[in-house]
Design a protein around this ligand. Structure first.
Ligand code: HEM
Ligand code: HEM
Length: 185
């Protein structure tokens, strides 16, 4: 059941947009291509909503949603999801090689100029500070799709183009492997 303290905005929307829970799940757990939001940092969540609104991050659905939110509502939902406990179990099999995903996460692959994901996203993919989001327990299909989007130039809102550069060096197999790995955490 949804958290009793969830703002009406999360559950039913604000009259101009749907409630977030209708897509992101009653507990902010996400599904498939829709990311989990529970436990992401407040600053990261608010930045993504501002980016959808300004067009710095392109997604038609979230542009519609974010356009319907004012500054206070963005703060309110970011704070709400940042304080929701993250889910831990996801049973999605992308057919990725989890061990190789773990190796990329922990040590990267310097022959191909790929840094360890852990150097920014934390040793256990738990996220670091306000800029580097948690990847552990994120929906694998969503992770895979975001990496594809960066490589293809469809997502370009990463500070200093950090993720654009990294994704450009990942193969589709690498992406599947890391997505499978993070989904397993
Ligand atoms: C992505 C928040 C409503 C579908 C996101 C992200 C945030 C967010 C912060 C990015 C997460 C990340 O980078 O990890 C919200 C809030 C909502 C809301 C606060 C309510 C006010 C909805 C609704 C739908 C939806 C109603 C479906 C109709 C999606 C999808 C993505 C997404 C598909 C992935 C976009 C992409 O591929 O770039 N949302 N969302 N969201 N949301 Fe929402
Ligand atoms: C965001 C994957 C390495 C910095 C993300 C996201 C994914 C990802 C899937 C999006 C999360 C979401 O939408 O919720 C990876 C993988 C890596 C890696 C698989 C290793 C191969 C790094 C490194 C850095 C970095 C080494 C820092 C130098 C960032 C930043 C964002 C991000 C700043 C947030 C972008 C934004 O504000 O929209 N990463 N990452 N990542 N990553 Fe990485």
């Amino acid at each position: 059941a949804p958290d009793a303290d969830a703002p009406a905005l999360v559950l039913t929307g604000n009259g101009n947009t749907w409630g977030c829970a209708s897509c992101h799940g009653a507990n902010g757990e996400g599904a498939g291509l829709t990311p989990g939001l529970a436990g992401l940092s407040e600053d990261y969540l608010a930045k993504q909503l501002r980016d959808f609104k300004s067009g710095d991050r392109t997604n038609e659905t979230m542009r519609y949603v974010a356009n319907a939110l004012n500054v206070d509502e963005i703060e309110q939902v970011a704070n709400y999801y940042a304080n929701l406990p993250q889910r831990t179990e996801i049973a999605v099999d992308l057919g990725g090689d989890q061990a190789h995903g773990e190796a990329l996460h922990l040590t990267g692959d310097w022959k191909r100029d790929i840094p360890a994901c852990s150097s920014c996203h934390g040793q256990n993919g738990e996220g670091v500070g306000s800029q580097f989001p948690r990847l552990a327990g994120q929906q694998p299909e969503y992770i895979f799709q975001q990496l594809i989007a960066w490589k293809g130039g469809y997502r370009h809102n990463s500070p200093q183009s950090l993720m654009d550069d990294i994704a450009s060096r990942l193969s589709e197999k690498d992406m599947r492997d890391v997505a499978q790995y993070f989904g397993s955490l």
